[in-house]
Design a protein around this ligand. Structure first.
Ligand code: ZN
Length: 199
């Protein structure tokens, strides 16, 4: 990303940032990683037209539901499960193996409340592994002030390029919308099937 993106919302990212990311990169490897799910996409590789390759890594943790999530014991249990789901995501990404330093990589990573620390740590590792990557963090609006205090220094130091704040806890549909928009932009034809799932 050639200019500072900072904290933004989904609509602004899709209309202003994503076109810039696309325009600057004839070929692009996109990695979508979340301990929940990317709506509409199973874990694996999707190859689309326009020089785009996508890797989706879902942890499969269902999004939080209402009152149960508010109960302390449930919340604690959920965090434990979230950490496990995040570890699963990281092993899926590690299995990629061939993310080269010189590749044009766009990483879109979800970090909600459940496994926030683990997700941020994963992003920092990804930055070391692929220094040129454009790293976008998606987070829900719960605890925004606290999250911003944690994320602002990481954005200032260039570890994270952009943070999308969404009202959707779990970020499933938000992650799905970003991936769908990326595929649509690359395919150049929204009516086409989204590609072939090869693993
Ligand atoms: Zn939330």
């Amino acid at each position: 990303m050639d200019r500072e993106c900072s904290f933004t919302d989904l609509e602004t990212f899709l209309s202003e940032e994503l076109p810039l990311i696309n325009a600057a990169r004839p070929t692009l490897r996109a990695v979508f990683a979340t301990y929940n799910r990317v709506a509409g996409h199973d874990s694996g590789s999707i190859w689309s037209a326009g020089g785009l390759g996508v890797q989706v890594a879902n942890g499969g943790l269902p999004p939080p539901v209402g009152l149960l999530f508010a109960m302390a014991a449930e919340s604690l249990l959920r965090r434990v499960r979230g950490a496990v789901a995040q570890a699963d995501v990281e092993s899926q990404i590690a299995a990629l193996g061939d993310l080269g330093e010189g590749d044009d990589v766009l990483a879109v990573v979800y970090a909600g409340v459940t496994a926030f620390a683990q997700s941020v740590e994963f992003v920092a590792q990804l930055r070391c592994r692929v220094p040129r990557a454009t790293i976008v963090l998606v987070t829900c609006e719960c605890g925004t002030a606290r999250k911003r205090r944690c994320l602002a220094p990481l954005m200032a130091s260039g570890v994270i390029n952009c943070v999308i704040e969404t009202p959707e806890c779990g970020g499933e549909r938000t992650m799905g919308a970003i991936l769908d928009a990326l595929i649509e932009a690359r395919a150049g034809n929204p009516g086409l099937p989204i590609g072939q799932i090869i693993s």
